[in-house]
Design a protein around this ligand. Structure first.
Ligand SMILES: C[S@@+](CC[C@H](N)C(=O)[O-])C[C@H]1O[C@@H](n2cnc3c(N)ncnc32)[C@H](O)[C@@H]1O
Length: 280
C-alpha cells in the first residue's frame, strides 16, 4: 500500500467494507487499533501519514473484517456496560441486548445488603462483572464449563479492578456447594441447531451458542438444577431468543416459579424471562 494519511486510509477502508453494516465505525476502530491511538486522535490528526508497519497491520485487519471476522475478535476487546472486556475465540462477544438482563437483575438487587448471585455460562464475564461493578457489597459467582473462557473472565475482573466475583469451572449448578443463592442469571446457549443465523456466527464458539430441543435444552436443564439452590423468593432470570418467551415461561411454571414475566428488549422483542422461587 502506498503512503496514506489517516483520512485516506479511512476512505479506502470504507470502500473495502462498503457492503457491511457499520463500515465507517469498523474502519475507525480498526485503524485506531492498528496505530495504537483512539478514535478521537484520528479525528484530530486526519493528515498523519501511516508508517509502513501501521499500514500493513491496517490492511490485514480490513482483509480479516471483509472475510467476516467480527471487529471485537480482531482487536481482542468489546465494550459492555461501560466496561472494556477482553474477548477471544473461546468467548462469546457480549451483545448490547444482554444489558437488559443486567438492568433487570440490578433492579432486584438491594444496594445496601449482602446478596449472592450466580451467573451461569459467564463467558467473558460480561454479566457477572457488570453486576458486581454496580453492587460492590454483593458476591457474584461466575461459572462456565469452559476453562479458557473462565481465564478470560478472570483477566477481565483484574483489568476492571472488580474483586467481588468468584470463579468456578462447572456444568451449570451440577457441582454447586456454596449454599443458597439470592439470584441466578444466565444467558445460556439458546440457538436451535438448524437456525440459519448460525451461518453468520461461525467465528464464535458453537458451545456458547447452540442448544438442542429448539434451543431450549440448556434453559430446561438449568431450571431443573436450580431446585434447592435458590432461597425462597429468590430470582431466576434468563436471556433467550425472540421467539422463546412462551416456551421459557412454561419451563419456569412447570418448575414451580411464581410471578413469571417476559420483558422485551429495545427492539421490542421478547428477550428476558424471569420468575420468583416459590416461598412454599
Ligand atoms: C451465550 S454464551 C454467554 C456468555 C456471556 N454470559 C455473555 O452473555 O456474553 C453461553 C456460555 O455458556 C457456557 N456453557 C455452555 N454449556 C455450559 C454448561 N453445561 N455449563 C456451564 N457453562 C456452559 C459457554 O461456554 C458460554 O460461555
Amino acid at each position: 500500500m502506498k503512503a496514506l494519511s489517516v483520512a485516506q486510509a479511512l476512505l479506502w477502508a470504507r470502500q473495502q467494507l462498503e457492503a457491511m453494516d457499520e463500515a465507517a465505525l469498523d474502519a475507525e476502530i480498526l485503524l485506531a487499533h492498528a496505530i495504537d491511538k483512539n478514535r478521537t486522535w484520528l479525528k484530530t490528526w486526519p493528515e498523519y501519514i501511516l508508517s509502513e508497519d501501521q499500514a500493513s497491520r491496517f490492511e490485514d485487519f480490513i482483509s480479516r473484517r471483509r472475510q467476516g471476522e467480527p471487529t471485537a475478535y480482531i482487536i481482542g476487546e468489546q465494550e459492555f456496560w461501560s466496561l472494556t472486556f477482553k474477548v477471544t475465540r473461546d468467548t462469546l462477544i457480549p451483545r448490547p441486548e444482554t444489558e437488559l438482563l443486567v438492568e433487570l437483575a440490578l433492579q432486584r438487587i438491594p444496594s445496601d445488603q449482602m446478596y449472592t448471585i450466580a451467573d451461569l455460562g459467564t463467558g467473558s464475564g460480561a454479566i457477572a462483572l457488570a453486576i458486581a461493578s454496580e453492587r460492590p457489597q454483593a458476591t457474584v459467582w461466575a461459572l462456565d464449563m469452559s476453562e479458557p473462557a473462565l481465564k478470560v473472565a478472570q483477566a477481565n475482573a483484574e483489568s476492571n479492578q472488580i474483586d467481588n466475583v468468584a470463579f468456578e469451572q462447572a456444568s451449570w449448578l451440577s457441582e454447586w456447594q456454596h449454599g443458597l443463592l439470592d439470584m441466578i442469571v444466565s444467558n445460556p446457549p439458546y440457538v436451535a441447531p438448524n437456525d440459519p443465523h448460525l451461518a453468520d456466527l461461525v467465528y464464535e464458539p458453537v458451545t456458547a451458542l447452540v442448544a438442542e430441543d429448539k434451543g431450549l435444552s440448556d434453559i430446561r436443564e438449568i431450571t431443573q438444577q436450580t431446585t434447592g439452590h435458590l432461597k425462597p423468593g429468590g430470582h431466576l432470570l434468563f436471556e433467550h431468543g425472540f421467539d422463546q418467551g412462551a416456551a421459557v415461561r412454561e419451563i419456569l411454571q412447570q418448575a414451580g416459579y411464581e410471578q413469571i414475566e417476559t420483558v422485551k428488549d429495545y427492539a421490542g422483542l421478547d428477550r428476558v424471562t424471569l420468575g420468583l422461587c416459590s416461598k412454599g
